[in-house]
Design a binder for this molecule. Structure first.
Ligand SMILES: [Fe+2]
Ligand SMILES: [Fe+2]
Length: 481
């Protein structure tokens, strides 16, 4: 039976018939109090009592799954939602291609699957931890609501992964679920598993960059896990993707509105030169070169999340039918890749060159290329905003060799244009490529909270339309006295 609607009479709302699954229900009920403690400790600081206008999923039907209402975040109905099962689904790629999709985990792939679920699961609470102080400097109630919506949904994504751990991985799955509540973003003793999820998100421009770039990496990972031959993972990820779309909307419109405000302010007083940084900053907006530096930082951090360009792990995960490519089923080839190659950008001597590698081991590179194309489209939309305003400036993605900690380029220094540099030159130029501490101080100086309904901070334009079509002066968050 397909379960589309979510039962909210249950303590743990779900569409997986949890009441009939006593063992998993008990395990999740055991995990629940620890989750709430984690949320209260590490969730949005200072707003646990606020009434927030949030959407909650009431169905996994792509049409009309959300219901909006005021809710205190600790009372948000986190649930377990899987996209409906397709009885005829088969493994779409790898050596098991064409076999019926697995409803249970094949024993030989258990360790690999657990690792993928744990890594995905670890990123979800990490981002909530990274963003926990941002409510205090929100540029508007509209933006504050969006932040909290992203936060509660990342919490739900944690639930999604914990459900898989409890249901399919027995005792070690339960231990991993507990560990997900124990690690902390940025901690020296027990940090989160991936680099970008231990970086600080100190201001709202960082938050928008994070949701634009890092949540988009999340989208790419979820897209490739949604192809998995392990059907419950596929169904979980398919529903998560519908939520992820809103996170990227927050990032994209957030950066877009920042860019727009800057251009409008420059035009209004006749500052023509985007590089006249002091003049632009005096208008209470973020200058475009600094936005470019933020973009350089977040893009390069997010590229590291794709791992090494050439990877036998990626090849094994594909060959086994566990993790596919971006939009696998739409690709026109044999979906086995045993005899094909893919061009990989590598260091060859002192030069950056394309080298053909076996397509199976180059899967991380391929996913990263798909990601870059997706990012580039967003950047062009920002450039359209700048162009329309009449300001002469273009934003661009930096070269993939720029500022990398993982993969082919981790031991070299390169400019955003991809020109290799010696260390002394890099050290001299660094602050022209990446945000300096002075840039950080300036952005921090703009982060004054605006909590009057319908009002916005100096550095950001209002959105074109409200959430859930609410009017401009709608009180998206009722902050408790
Ligand atoms: Fe997520
Ligand atoms: Fe997300």
């Amino acid at each position: 039976m397909d379960l589309i609607n979510v039962d909210y009479r249950e303590k743990i709302p779900n569409n997986v018939n949890l009441t009939e699954d006593r063992r998993v229900l008990k395990a999740l009920e055991g995990w629940h109090p620890g989750y709430l403690d984690w949320w209260k400790d590490m969730g949005p600081e200072g707003f646990q009592e606020a009434m927030v206008y949030l959407r909650t999923a009431v169905s996994v039907d792509p049409k009309g799954w959300a219901k909006f209402d005021y809710v205190k975040m600790p009372e948000y109905r986190w649930g377990i939602l899987l996209a409906p099962q397709d009885e005829n689904r088969t493994v779409p790629f790898g050596k098991h291609k064409g076999e019926p999709a697995w409803q249970e985990i094949p024993g030989e792939y258990r360790a690999m699957l657990r690792r993928l679920v744990v890594i995905q699961g670890d990123t979800e609470p990490a981002s909530v931890e990274q963003q926990r102080y941002l409510g205090k400097t929100a540029p508007s109630l509209y933006d504050m609501r969006n932040l909290f919506q992203v936060n509660v949904e990342e919490g739900r994504h944690l639930w999604a992964m914990v459900y898989l751990l409890h249901k399919y991985f027995g005792r070690d799955g339960r231990e991993e679920a507990d560990e997900l509540l124990r690690r902390r973003s940025g901690s020296t003793d027990s940090p989160r598993m991936l680099g970008a999820f231990n970086e600080a998100t100190p201001d709202w421009l960082s938050f928008f960059m994070f949701t634009f770039f890092t949540d988009r990496d999340g989208k790419m990972q979820l897209e490739s896990l949604a192809q998995s031959g392990f059907d419950p993972l596929s169904r979980t990820c398919r529903f998560m993707l519908t939520e992820e779309a809103h996170h990227m909307f927050v990032g994209e419109t957030g950066i877009g509105r920042t860019v727009q405000r800057t251009c409008e302010a420059m035009k209004k007083v006749g500052v023509e030169d985007p590089h006249a940084i002091d003049k632009v900053r005096a208008l209470g907006v973020v200058d475009l070169p600094t936005i470019q530096k933020k973009l350089n930082l977040h893009y390069s951090l997010s590229l590291d999340l794709f791992g090494s360009e050439v990877s036998t792990n990626a090849a094994n995960a594909y060959n086994s039918g566990i993790k596919g490519r971006f939009r696998e089923t739409a690709i026109d080839d044999d979906h086995r890749l045993e005899n094909s190659t893919y061009p990989v950008l590598k260091m060859v001597g002192n030069e950056i060159k394309n080298v053909d590698e076996p397509a199976l081991t180059a899967l991380n590179m391929r996913l990263r290329d798909d990601y870059t194309r997706d990012c580039a489209k967003g950047i062009e939309r920002f450039n359209k905003i700048i162009e329309r305003s009449g300001v002469k400036f273009r934003l661009a993605l930096p070269h993939v060799a720029f500022h990398r900690q993982i993969g082919e380029f981790k031991n070299v220094e390169a400019t955003p244009a991809g020109v290799l540099l010696d260390t002394a030159s890099w050290n001299r130029e660094r602050d022209n490529y990446l945000p300096s501490s002075a840039d950080g101080d300036f952005i921090a100086s703009l982060m004054k909270p605006v909590t009057e309904p319908g009002q916005f901070a100096s550095w950001i334009s209002p959105p074109k339309v409200g959430i859930d079509n609410r009017p401009g002066d709608f009180e998206y968050v009722m902050i408790a006295a």
